[in-house]
Write a new protein. Structure first.
Lengths: 113, 113
């Protein structure tokens, strides 16, 4: 069964600290993995995409990693800011088609001053 | 500006009163989808469309209808809303390529009393 699991469910950190969010998946065939950021009351927005051949990709203070062998991905946030408070959703794409996206339930990150 | 526009943003209605949530995208995307987002369950696909006049059921289609008469529009219809359809709804669109990212609307918070 195609599944995407994220941990932790929620996380509270102090402003300026780093944190790492985890995503484990059992989706097959694997096409790519995206991390989305969802601010409260808004739709998700793509942060980064990881394909099978990529291990690490950075987007500003966000760094995503992918281990295709263990089917794990992480999103590392450096020097957190209050604006990083949001839900982060891991989405794995399986092959082609409009119904080929598998969503994690997200990690709710709260950055406090 | 590339965007997906949903209306209305908020809606309170009574059980059994038909309603339509509109969705429009300006990116000429072939794929469009409707999702509902509930606490602890993440985003679940209701219906999707791969092109004009081509629609299919997602994971939770019961109680919903859709139509795709034009490429840019993909309305969600609740013929007889029930309280268990109280949720946050998102429309999304993307290109047909497997690596393409999804663009989400701002969401519609629906309450059925």
């Amino acid at each position: 069964k195609n599944q995407v699991e994220q941990s932790p469910q929620s996380l509270i950190i102090l402003e300026g600290k780093n944190c790492t969010l985890q995503c484990n998946y059992t989706v097959s065939p694997f096409s790519n993995l995206r991390w989305y950021k969802q601010d409260t009351g808004r739709g998700p927005v793509s942060l980064t995409i990881m394909t099978f051949s990529e291990n690490t990709k950075s987007n500003g203070r966000y760094t995503a990693t992918l281990d295709a062998d263990t089917k794990q991905s992480s999103l590392h946030i450096t020097a957190s800011q209050l604006s990083d408070s949001a839900s982060y959703i891991c989405v794995v794409s399986a092959g082609t088609g409009a119904n080929n996206l598998f969503f994690g339930t997200g990690t709710r990150l709260t950055v406090i001053p | 500006e590339a965007q997906v526009t949903q209306n209305p943003r908020y809606l309170i209605t009574v059980t059994g009163k038909k309603l339509t949530v509109t969705c429009s995208q300006n990116m000429n995307h072939e794929y469009m989808s409707w999702y509902r987002q509930d606490p602890g369950l993440g985003l679940r696909q209701i219906y999707y469309s791969m092109n004009v006049e081509v629609t299919d059921k997602g994971d939770v289609p019961e109680g919903y209808k859709v139509s795709r008469k034009e490429k840019r529009n993909f309305p969600l219809i609740l013929e007889s809303p029930s309280p268990n359809q109280t949720s946050l709804y998102f429309c999304a669109s993307r290109e047909r390529q497997g690596w393409s990212r999804a663009f989400f609307g701002q969401g519609t918070r629906l309450t059925v009393v």
